[in-house]
Design a protein around this ligand. Structure first.
Ligand code: SDX
Length: 396
């Protein structure tokens, strides 16, 4: 072994593999879902249209759109027993800890959708996961704030239903603001899939063992939680808050010096990417959405947004970042938008997981549908101790 692995179907799950779902050109900063530019999908479609596209390869026509939407809507409730599962958590549990448990627990309820090698099971599991993720995320939130769960209301949009489950109470209805509803739906679209990222590789590898779809998606939720991956939006907002406490825009130079000091371990969260060596197209769309939402809510003087724009301006002109091709990624503005629409910081990554569920499912199904796929089994290049004999204890 020279350390270079030859292509092996078992690697459909982990290393680079062929796919027809998402195309990224990291140098151009281009992102296409099934050939459609993300910029066009974010403006002309809604999240459920995008789910249909990622799952079936084409945008739905009117009839297909109606059928798909009603199938999803008819699966938004979860088994009543799930609320007893939640009771096992501490109230201050991180929503991602709760969500990882809840998603895995779904496999205990839906035996007609656990056989990953059965196309009908995969189909209904996909619908159930897309439909139930908003309900589960809202339940995880309500549990942490000690409020009763709000059941889904199926005459609302996907994003509107989620916001109502999050913020309505038995005493007070939640009126969905169309600008916020549209902004959240766009956040879902922008996070729906992203080729072979860490959590998608996790879902593919996990699913390649033949485990059930719910368990494979739960593994993706766990991986996404990391601050280098989906946890970056929460980390980015915490970073902006820390700079604000240091003194805000006046202290950006001091903060940037810490970032450039390798020993500090300080990263500019929301910047840089394993693939994009240009502006993440999602970050541009997220910044536009930020402007729209803050304008609608009369928050255009939001100090954190102004701080973020100043950070971005300085970084894009700074040789350290330019030389390393570090640009804002999807996480740089998403936290500010979510905070503006009232989402608590602790929920940001759970919302990323909600949106990415369809991408994970589409990628998993693509692998399983390939007759050549085998269980992923990456090898290691052993560089440890030479073969040797065990010495008696007295001689060690
Ligand atoms: C997501 O893969 C995906 O598609 C993921 C994702 C998706 O949709 O699934 O796009 C979602 O995870 C986006 C990334 C969110 N993470 C963050 O914003 C956390 C901050 N970013 C970094 O941790 C970092 O940029 C990574 C982990 C994202 C990428 O790290 P790499 O592979 O080291 O980046 P690189 O090779 O381009 O780094 C080049 C240099 C290195 O320094 P040198 O060794 O050359 O001196 O830039 C440095 C890195 O240390 N660097 C940073 C930095 N990111 C890279 N320095 C300061 N701040 C940063 N954010």
């Amino acid at each position: 072994q020279t350390g270079k692995f030859t292509y092996d179907p078992g690697f459909l799950s982990t290393a680079s593999c062929n796919s027809t779902i998402t195309y990224i050109d990291g140098d151009k900063g281009e992102l296409l879902y099934r050939g459609y530019p993300i910029e066009q999908l974010a403006v002309n479609c809604d999240y459920l249209d995008t789910c249909y596209l990622l799952l079936y390869g084409e945008l739905p026509n009117t009839e297909q759109r109606g059928t798909f939407h009603s199938r999803v809507i008819n699966h938004t409730m979860v088994n009543e027993q799930m609320q007893f599962f939640l009771r096992g958590f501490r109230r201050d549990a991180h929503p991602m800890a709760v969500l990882t448990g809840l998603v895995g627990a779904l496999s205990a309820f839906y035996h007609d959708s656990t056989d990953i090698n059965n196309p009908e099971h995969r189909e209904i599991a996909a619908i159930r996961l897309i439909a139930k993720m908003p309900t589960l995320v809202a339940m995880a939130y309500k549990y942490t704030v000690g409020q009763p769960y709000i059941y889904p209301k199926n005459d609302l949009s996907y994003a509107g239903n989620f916001m109502r489950m999050m913020f309505a109470t038995p005493c007070e209805e939640y009126k969905v603001n169309p600008v916020i509803e549209r902004a959240l739906d766009r956040i879902f679209i922008l996070h729906a899939d992203h080729e072979q990222n860490a959590s998608t590789s996790t879902v593919r590898l996990c699913g390649s063992s033949g485990t059930n779809p719910f368990a494979a998606i739960a593994a993706g939720v766990a991986c996404l939680w990391g601050p280098s991956h989906g946890g970056a939006n929460e980390a980015c907002l915490n970073m902006l808050g820390d700079i604000q406490k240091m003194g805000g825009v006046a202290k950006v130079g001091e903060f940037m010096s810490q970032v450039k000091d390798k020993n500090s371990g300080v990263k500019l969260m929301g910047f840089g990417h394993r693939v994009y060596k240009n502006y993440d197209p999602r970050a541009k769309l997220m910044r536009e959405t930020c402007h729209e939402v803050l304008g609608e809510l009369g928050l255009h003087n939001d100090p954190l947004f102004k701080l973020a724009m100043e950070l971005e301006k300085i970084a894009l002109e700074d040789d350290y970042f330019v030389a390393r091709k570090l640009y804002p990624n999807v996480d740089f503005y998403s936290g500010i938008v979510q905070r503006a629409i009232g989402i608590p910081v602790s929920l940001f990554t759970a919302i990323f997981a909600l949106a990415r569920t369809v991408g994970w499912i589409a990628q998993l199904n693509e692998m399983i549908a390939d007759p050549e796929y085998k269980i992923g089994r990456p090898r290691q290049l052993f560089v440890g101790a030479e073969k040797r004999d065990v010495k008696p204890l007295a001689e060690r």
